[in-house]
Design a protein around this ligand. Sequence first.
Ligand code: NAD
Length: 469
Amino acid sequence: MLSPPPYYPHVDEERASYTGSSSDEDDISPREKSQTAGDGFTDFCIKNVAQAAFGRREIEIAEQEMPGIVALRKRAAEDKPLRGAKIVGCTHINAQTAVLIETLISLGASVRWAACNIYSTQNEVAAALAEKSIPVFAWRGETEEDFWWCIDKCINAENWQPNMILDDGGDATHLMLKKYPAMFKLIRGIVEESVTGVHRLYQLSKQQKLSVPAMNVNDSVTKTKFDNLYSCRESIIDSLKRATDIMFGGKQAIVCGYGEVGKGCCQSLKGLGCVLYVAEIDPICALQASMDGLRVVKLNEVIRNVDIIITATGNKNVVTREHMDRMKNGALLCNMGHSNTEIDVNSLRTPELTWEKVRSSVDHVIWPDGKRIVLLAEGRLVNLTCSSVPSFVVSISAATQALALIELFNAPAGRYKADVYLLPKKMDEYVASLHLPSFDAHLTELTEEQAKYMGLNKAGPFKPNYYRY
Ligand SMILES: NC(=O)c1ccc[n+]([C@@H]2O[C@H](COP(=O)([O-])OP(=O)(O)OC[C@H]3O[C@@H](n4cnc5c(N)ncnc54)[C@H](O)[C@@H]3O)[C@@H](O)[C@H]2O)c1
């Protein structure tokens, strides 16, 4: 008999609060409650402002592991480069994003904030923000209708004309564009964090409906390398351990996709002694895997023997019902890619198979002959569902977001047109440099002679845009 996971009380949706502190004391919708923060502030709608002290501790803990964004806050606090910025924010609301929100405010911005995901808000963190008189509209377990209402409250408020948007998924951008087109025209810039949101921006730009410049921070080098490679390297093991108590040494595992995420997963699985296989469609990535000492195979060739199957392709139907029919008893199956279609989970919802929920986010799917496979997070992103993202990685993306806002807000007229831009490389380098002191890392400086020889400015950028790190 399996016991419940020790420190993971109720989490079954993407990036949910991992503290378990958000348990609902009542079922009254926050929209029906009237709450007042300590200093009489009422411009917010959250679950329970009384949780503020607990949320403040969570924010302080996150700050410890977010040296880059905290350094940026200190360095720019006097200049206040965001003085006059009125930002509509729509991101996950957790301890790490709270550090970003408070940084933007200390750089001079006014903000109004909503959640980009109905399940991911840490209620106590929202409470801590409200207690600091920050207009925040979010709680864990919003309905779809609440979700849009909250974003609307951030866009449309008395004496408030926003001039910047910080979005994660594109919902605030789209609501403003559709419902408040006149307001949208006065926006100076949009900063977008997610793959999906960036895709929507490029579509708008193609249809010539984008009337303001937008910064795609999703594709900054510091984001791709750190969020995809290093963060996944840490969180794959954490999520599998928390969900299943599995021992990795000697297990046979296959990782489908040897891009950034796949490489991160392989590094840590290899470190723990797994016998590793990789499936790839791209000969370059397949060659990289081979040079890294991994066996490149077709999933079909090893499916009967492997103990762990991880998808990380960004593709669909990588693991099919046919594969799952052939998996061995006890095989562990999960997905690290963005969409929940990498594993054809729907094909498992047939009458002859029995689903048994053994823990939050852990299902046993049982075949008529008694064979069972262990499916994690129903095929959704396993690390965001079963563990959490390291604050250090969020510090990097938060610093990138803050710098993108500063750049767009302060750019002279004409520097950016109504299009989608990547963050200038110099800023990517700056974000990285903000994080070096926490490792006591000392950069070598170019001499005049070396700079001349390389054709570089001594202060960077140090690489051309096409350089692949
Ligand atoms: N879990 C997380 O925290 C997290 C973080 C960042 C990105 N992601 C997501 O993970 C996915 C992968 O991201 P990435 O940065 O590694 O992308 P990537 O493009 O660098 O790598 C994906 C790899 O999968 C390969 N591939 C595609 N179809 C395949 C198939 N049918 N079989 C085998 N290999 C196949 C591609 O050739 C590519 O090398 C994306 O969906 C991304 O959004 C997840």
